[in-house]
Design a protein. Structure first.
Length: 228
């Protein structure tokens, strides 16, 4: 791993601050001051201002997202989902797939970029299951149309096949493999319907705990992490 990346991941420093620390001669590798970030380190002893640095293990968190929170680090108008976590956990965490402001349910957060990418990439076919409340009764051919793929406005090609399970005339379970902007709402809009409630229940095999109230969270199990 490059030294500048090691500094960022072991301390939470931004790349810019890590670069400044290097230039000031505050970083040593095996006791020698190093000012360039492109040095590759593996088992050497790295210190910042004399403090021994170690990479922290990656973190994987499941959050029950309430309405009114954004799936981003900051926003001028709405609070971030990160504010629902203890302050010591927030640094470096990113949402592995986002939920809209008014969408509730399962949200995964991690600082493991490759793991997050596997969740978000359509090529990995990591299904996301939502409970959807609709303004109007569902069209009879909706399940077949979703299985074929729906052409969304402004998109070059139809959505990947999606699975629809009808619970009631205006309530369904929908499983999709992608995460396009407002995808679920746009899919039902293409069928001349409107989503009035959206709640994510599952990502891959990871399910939202019934015991977790809105705003509550827990660490993922080793089995859940390995399932992605």
């Amino acid at each position: 791993m490059r030294l500048d990346r090691f500094l960022c991941e072991s301390t939470g420093l931004t790349r810019s601050l890590a670069k400044k620390a290097l230039h000031r001669g505050e970083v040593t590798v095996d006791g020698i001051i190093v000012k360039k970030g492109d040095l590759h380190v593996q088992e050497q002893e790295v210190r910042l201002e004399g403090r021994l640095l170690r990479l922290r293990p990656p973190r994987y968190i499941l959050l029950h997202k309430p309405k009114g929170y954004i799936s981003a680090a900051r926003d001028e108008d709405h609070p971030s989902v990160l504010t629902l976590l203890p302050a010591e956990l927030r640094d470096g965490l990113q949402c592995a797939g986002r939920l809209d402001l008014d969408t509730t349910g399962l949200l995964l957060l991690t600082d493991d970029g490759q793991w997050s990418h596997r969740i978000r990439s359509p090529k990995k076919a990591c299904g996301k299951t939502y409970r959807v409340e609709l303004a109007e009764p569902l069209a009879e051919d909706a399940a077949a149309r979703f299985q074929e793929g729906v052409q969304l406005h402004g998109e070059p090609r139809p959505t990947l096949p999606a699975t629809l399970e009808v619970l009631a005339p205006t309530r369904v379970l929908l499983t999709i493999q992608e995460g396009k902007y407002h995808q679920v709402k746009r899919m039902f809009a293409a069928l001349n319907n409107r989503v009035v409630g959206l709640h994510r229940l599952q990502v891959g095999t990871i399910r939202l705990d019934d015991s977790l109230a809105e705003g509550e969270w827990r660490h993922l199990t080793e089995e859940e992490i390995a399932s992605v």
